[in-house]
Design a protein around this ligand. Structure first.
Ligand code: ATP
Ligand code: MG
Length: 427
């Protein structure tokens, strides 16, 4: 026997019944995004490697060691998208969507990073994101954060998460702070791990983001960017906080919150949970006013967030909401002859079209009526629908409630549709 071929490490299959939870979560997320007037944008999974190098930053985990890059047959250097913001900006610029316009966009799908697979961390993972272009004021930062809260709420996991905020200021205010930070870490170099020493001159702010518990106190005592913010960034940040307070959304300011990608300016936010182990962030975002220009466009303010679906699902699995379970079939249609099967094919489609939301499975593979009844019972459906020789002759359909002791009924097709409609809407 030939050897079985297995999936690539860190790239997980998602199987039923868990796929139900995915479908459900994705449906709810899309509904929230659409309900805020955001429009979907779709772009390819593969982009030129240069796009990510130029946007994410050369000295970042992603670009240094996490990208799936390859040469295609034409020797072009391509990369499986490790994140979506750069792709979204690329697409929006390419199609002239950003000049003098406001865009509120969303997208969702798979992303790829060569990381160490563990709970809540996979090499193919899934995100839903929102990005807004053309609005500088912090009202839009507030809207986005409220929208992320609404998503978590709808998924039933909001109470498991807390919101952290910080402001990274402008590149200019950061430059001054950066000098002080490098100076501080140089004095305390003995307390830094190898990775942080490597970052010291190239990307010192990322040291603040280190999860190494041994560096906790050296990080806690480091100078705070928030104390070096320019006046406008400070005002921007304070307004955002006022809006959120007015809206009744609780948050904490975490002065050590920086983000893994270089392009952020001003607002950064994360929803974290202590129910996820080491991978605590379920949703993250921020402002990136410089990125559009960095990618060749006119200066355009921009802000967005992404929610990680794997981690959201992990949290949903820890709640006891019944929505997690596939409610199963409503009806299972069985037949007693080849002739009645042909009619059943047609009737099944008629019923599905007439009864919104009806989940009706048609029995295939033959077998005696008795056996088919057994299958109907095992399917978990509430009803068996029977189309046999007798029903064909009388142009009627029989309905048996498999879960309650009610006599079998015989109905005309349209009567059955009405009956099912009533029963399903009550559920
Ligand atoms: P982390 O701190 O977990 O490395 P990040 O800062 O690299 O996250 P972002 O690029 O901001 O993450 O992505 C946004 C969200 O996408 C994260 O908060 C997380 O929920 C999810 N995410 C990122 N990388 C992975 C991964 N490898 N596996 C699963 N989910 C991920
Ligand atoms: Mg990461």
């Amino acid at each position: 026997m030939p050897e079985l071929i297995q999936a690539v490490r860190g790239m997980n299959d998602i199987l039923p019944p868990e796929t139900y939870l995915w479908l459900y979560a994705e449906h709810l997320i899309r509904r929230v995004l659409i309900s805020h007037g955001y429009q979907e944008i779709r772009f390819p999974i593969v982009e030129r490697t240069e796009l990510f190098k130029r946007s994410i930053g050369e000295v970042t985990d992603i670009v240094e060691k996490e990208m799936y890059s390859f040469l295609d047959r034409n020797q072009e250097n391509l990369t499986l998208r490790p994140e979506g913001t750069a792709c979204c900006v690329r697409a929006a610029l390419e199609h002239g969507m950003l000049h003098n316009q406001v865009q509120r966009l969303w997208y969702g799908g798979p992303f790829f990073r060569y990381e160490r697979p563990q709970k809540g961390r996979t090499r193919q993972f899934h995100q839903f994101s929102a990005e807004v272009f053309g609005i500088e004021t912090p009202d839009i930062d507030a809207e986005l954060i409220m929208m992320s809260a609404a998503i978590l709420e709808r998924l039933g996991i909001r109470s498991l998460c807390t919101l952290q905020l910080n402001s990274l200021g402008t590149p200019a205010s950061r430059a001054e702070y950066r000098k002080q930070l490098v100076h501080y870490f140089q004095i305390n170099k003995a307390h830094l791990d190898e990775e942080s020493v490597h970052r010291l001159h190239k990307n010192p702010m990322r040291i603040l983001d280190s999860k190494n518990p041994e560096m906790k106190s050296v990080i806690a005592n480091a100078p705070k960017l928030i104390e070096h913010l320019d006046a406008e960034s400070l005002e921007h940040f304070e307004k955002l906080q006022t809006y959120l307070k007015q809206a009744g959304l609780a948050f904490e300011v975490n002065p050590c919150l920086v983000r893994g990608l270089d392009y952020y300016t001003r607002t950064v936010s994360e929803w974290v949970s202590d129910k996820l182990g080491a991978q605590a962030t379920v949703c993250a975002g921020g402002r990136y006013d410089g990125l559009v220009q960095q990618l060749g466009g006119k200066p355009t303010p921009a802000v967005g967030f992404s929610i990680g679906v794997e981690r959201a699902i992990l949290l949903m699995q820890q709640t006891d909401k019944t929505h997690k379970k596939d409610p199963g079939l409503h009806a299972y249609l069985i037949t007693d002859s080849e002739q009645s099967f042909g009619a059943a094919l047609k009737t099944a489609n008629y019923l599905r079209a007439k009864v919104p939301g009806l989940k009706l499975m048609l029995h295939c593979g033959g077998g005696s009526l008795k056996n088919q009844f057994k299958k109907a019972d095992k399917s978990g459906a509430q009803y068996a629908i029977i189309i046999g020789e007798h029903e064909l002759k009388t142009r009627s359909i029989s309905l048996k409630n498999l879960r309650e002791d009610i006599p079998q009924q015989t109905l005309y097709q349209d009567e059955l549709a009405e009956y099912l409609k009533l029963k399903i809407s009550k559920k």
